[in-house]
Structures are given as C-alpha cells and as structure tokens.
Design a protein around this ligand. Structure first.
Ligand SMILES: Cc1cc2nc3c(=O)[nH]c(=O)nc-3n(C[C@H](O)[C@H](O)[C@H](O)COP(=O)(O)O)c2cc1C
Length: 458
C-alpha cells in the first residue's frame, strides 16, 4: 500500500505531498474572509495547501489535494492513464463498508453552536456569506434505505443553521423531498477530510440507490471503515477529520443570493433550503477541509474526472469500441466532453453524442475522436478538428435540449448542444490520414542515442 493509502484519512497523502514538495504550508495567520480563498486561488493547480493559523479560530485549514490529474492518480494509487479504468472498475465491483469500533473522527463530540467552531471561509466578493465547500453529504433514502454520498455547498447562516444549495435533480434533493412528503426532515451528515479516494467516489454519477461509499471501498482496495453517527443511525467514514450531523428541511426555502459556479461566474439560483445541525464530531487535532469553488482546479477535476468515468460507463453499455472519455478543464470540467471511438462505424459518432447529452444534463459540447487521439490532449483534439472534419457534414447542432440549471447560456430551461465528429472518414483524402514520420527503426536507433545525453527526452 502506498503512502497515500496508508490509512483511510487524508493525512498519508498530505505527508506524501509534503515530501515531494507539493504542499504549500503557510504559518502566518490568514483571514477566513477572502484571504483563504485568495491563497487557494493563487496556488490552484500547482500544489496542495495547509494554512496552519486562521484568524479567530484554533483549527487549521487544508485542501487542494486533487487539483491535478497527477494528484488524482496519486490518491487512487494508479498511473495517470489508469484513472478512468479504476473509477469504472469501482462502479462495476463495489465493496460494502465495514463498521468499526475505533473512530478517530469521534474523538471530540460537540453538541451546540457546531458551525461556529469551524473556520468557514467567505470566498468571493459578490457571495453573501461563508460557505462550507468541501462537505461530502451522506444520507439514506427514506423509502429504500439505500445510501448516497455527494457534494453540495452549505452557506452558514448561524451557529447551528445553513442553507444547502442542491440542484433539484440530485439524489440528495430527491431524498429530502421524499422525507418531506412523509412529513419528516432528512437526517444527513456532512463529512470533511475523508481519504481523497472516498471524495472522488462521492462525485460519481450513479443511479439513485447506488451507494458511492461502496465504490469508494473498491477505489481503496478495502471496505471503507465506517462508524455510526452520534445522533442517528447513519454510517460515516471513521477516519475523516470532521462530521457534522443534522437534517435537511426540504420545505423551508431561503433566498441564497449570487453564488459562484464551476464555470467561474456567478449564478442566481433563487432559493436553497434550510439545514440545521445538532452535533459535531471530530479528531482532537482536526483540520478543516476547503475546496476552492468556482473555476478552480480541484473543483474542476473532481467533477470532470468523475463525469468522464460515468459517461464512459454509459457509452460502453451500447458501444463496445469506446475508448477513453475526457471532460477537460477548458470545458470547465463539466460542459465539454471528448469521446474516443476505435474505428467508428457509420452513425456511431452521432449515437455517442446523443448518449452523452442524454446521460448527463450538464454536458453541452461533444467531440468524437479516433483512438490515435488522446482526448485529454487539447492540442491533439484541436488538430483532429482542423484536419478530419468537414463542418457542413460533421458538426451537429441540436437546439432546445434541456439545460442544466448551471449552464452558462441556459435560457428558458434549454440550450443548443453541439457535436463535432472529428474522426477520419474513408475517402475524404486521396493521400489518406497517415502521419508523415521517419520509420520506426530510425526512431529506435535515435532514441537509444538520445538517451545517453538527454534521457528525459526519451
Ligand atoms: C466540489 C464539488 C462541489 C459541488 N457542489 C454542488 C452544489 O453545491 N450543489 C449541487 O447541486 N451540486 C454540487 N456538486 C455536484 C454534485 O455533487 C454531483 O452532481 C453529484 O454527482 C450529485 O450527486 P448524486 O449523483 O448523488 O445526485 C458539486 C460537485 C463537486 C465536485
């Protein structure tokens, strides 16, 4: 087991990042109002962050572990090229959590003013309050008893109250409405600082009733060790930093004001709903986790990597020749997808576009490339579009498709979506699509020669 998977906390990865020079540690006091956010924004994709002293609080802030694909691979303990394969395998072969006696996350139990203890940052100038941005929400469907883990923001409104901003189609929102229909609130827990592989699992787009914590077990290669919450019968990762226990009042709506989104701009979603809290458990030296929201690397990659794997799962159900699927940062980790298809048969490119649009509402622009094009490599994708596409034939625009509420160009609930078929078509070029390159044997000879002086180039 690697350093990053030493246990199911985030501390092994933090130590490993520090050793390889990828942890920025700031010992000077930092203000939670805007300054924490500015520091995370500045460091962004370059490294993880630990802020040892936060003005007015005695708890450090940390985060930004998953702000690059290399660090996502590190968290999963696999090569970068295997991220998607690993996430997919976790969906197909989940491992159920295991209940343990020893729960570091319950070393301290606090029953009042729970949110007031936490150094919650205020991130952006037009937002209207401090947000818990790295809260992994764990809940159980009141109808089926099946679990769910996902991310949602919490705007702190008071020592025991927050607004929770969940899109109506998200499983947590559906479960909260189900509870309200039965005349009760939805009990839930907010988990901060679980192992990064558990955090990644929570971002997967699964079917309602498929429990992300089971996928997390597969990612870790062992069952997630869970403990029972103090105020309810709900299981949470035992080695996380902090757990906040409470309930969602689905019928109690509250105006939110402007809030940042993954595309880097503000949205006005109108209302969120009220969440109240009655218990906080934590490690005795707990650290408060922050994900810098808006168009920032960790927010982008967490969503993008998980959406890509989920789309790959959907596409593979009906198309056996689908390769890697990329949801790139330039498409804000949500709106653009590039799908690799090996020797696409007639109509398959358009079929893949339709599957992507149907599977995940946030996806807008779909590009299809051949298997020799790395879908994560933007320059390669642009080259394919420049050389393998005839615009009048290969661009498909479908107007008035349902738009996710976060869609930057959403109008009246719909938006136009575009598909680019950037694959080679037989007969397009009498010279063919072969790349102009020296023969393989010459490459071999020169690679050996170059390795003597510049091994890093080979
Ligand atoms: C860091 C991060 C923050 C997120 N914040 C929110 C949020 O505030 N509201 C929301 O509706 N979705 C948010 N999402 C997206 C959902 O977590 C994501 O769509 C998730 O898959 C939904 O869970 P479900 O599949 O169980 O419905 C966020 C995602 C990430 C990665």
């Amino acid at each position: 087991m690697s350093e990053a998977l030493r246990d199911q906390s985030c501390r092994g990865m933090m130590d490993a990042l520090a050793r390889q020079g990828e942890l920025v540690v700031i010992e000077d006091p930092v203000d939670p109002v805007f300054d924490v956010s500015a520091m995370f924004s500045l460091v962004d994709e370059k490294a993880a962050v630990k802020l040892s002293r936060i003005k007015g609080y005695d708890m450090p802030i940390f985060g930004n572990f998953l702000s690059s694909l290399d660090r996502v691979a590190m968290a999963l303990d696999v090569p970068k090229a295997d991220i998607q394969k690993t996430l997919l395998a976790s969906v197909h072969k989940p491992i159920a959590p295991v209940l343990v006696e020893e729960a570091p996350v319950q070393q301290v139990v606090i029953r009042d003013n729970v949110l007031a203890r936490l150094p919650v940052p205020t991130f952006f100038d037009k937002e209207t309050g401090p947000y818990i941005s790295a809260g992994m929400m764990v809940a159980v469907d009141p109808e089926t008893g099946l679990g769910n883990a996902s991310y949602a923001r919490l705007k702190v409104l008071g020592p025991n109250e927050a607004l929770i901003g969940i899109a109506p189609n998200h499983h947590l929102a559906i479960m909260a409405r189900k509870a309200a229909a039965r005349g009760s609130n939805l009990r839930f827990a907010v988990v901060l600082g679980a192992h990064p592989a558990i955090q990644l699992a929570a971002c997967l787009y699964l079917g309602l009733g498929d429990d992300e914590l089971h996928c997390a077990g597969a990612l870790l290669g062992e069952a997630v060790r869970v403990t029972c919450c103090k105020t309810m019968d709900l299981l949470v990762p035992a080695e996380a930093e902090i757990v906040i226990e409470g309930e969602i009042h689905a019928d109690d709506v509250i105006l939110e004001g402007l809030v940042s989104e993954y595309h880097g701009m503000y949205e006005d979603y109108g209302t969120g709903v009220r969440a109240s809290f009655d218990c906080l458990t934590m490690r005795k030296d707990a650290m408060f986790q922050v994900i810098e929201p808006g168009y920032h690397a960790e927010h982008i990659y967490l969503g993008g990597v998980a959406i890509a794997a989920s789309l790959k799962a959907q596409l593979s159900r009906s198309m056996l020749n689908v390769g890697e699927v990329a949801v790139t940062a330039s498409g804000s980790g949500r709106n653009n997808v590039v799908v690799q298809i090996d020797k696409p048969r007639p109509g398959q490119a358009r079929r893949a576009m339709a599957i992507c649009w149907g599977a995940v509402s946030i996806i807008k622009n779909v590009t299809i490339v051949d298997s020799d094009v790395d879908p994560w490599d933007l320059a390669a994708v642009e080259l394919a579009k420049a050389t393998r596409m005839r615009a009048e034939r290969d661009i498909l625009i479908v107007t008035d498709l349902p738009a996710d509420r976060s869609e930057p160009q959403e109008a009246g609930g719909v938006v136009a979506k575009v598909g680019y078929d950037a694959t080679c078509k037989a007969g397009d070029r009498k010279e063919g699509f072969d790349k102009a390159l020296p023969p393989a044997a010459s490459y071999e000879r020169m690679r050996a020669l170059l390795a003597k002086t510049r091994p890093d180039f080979v």
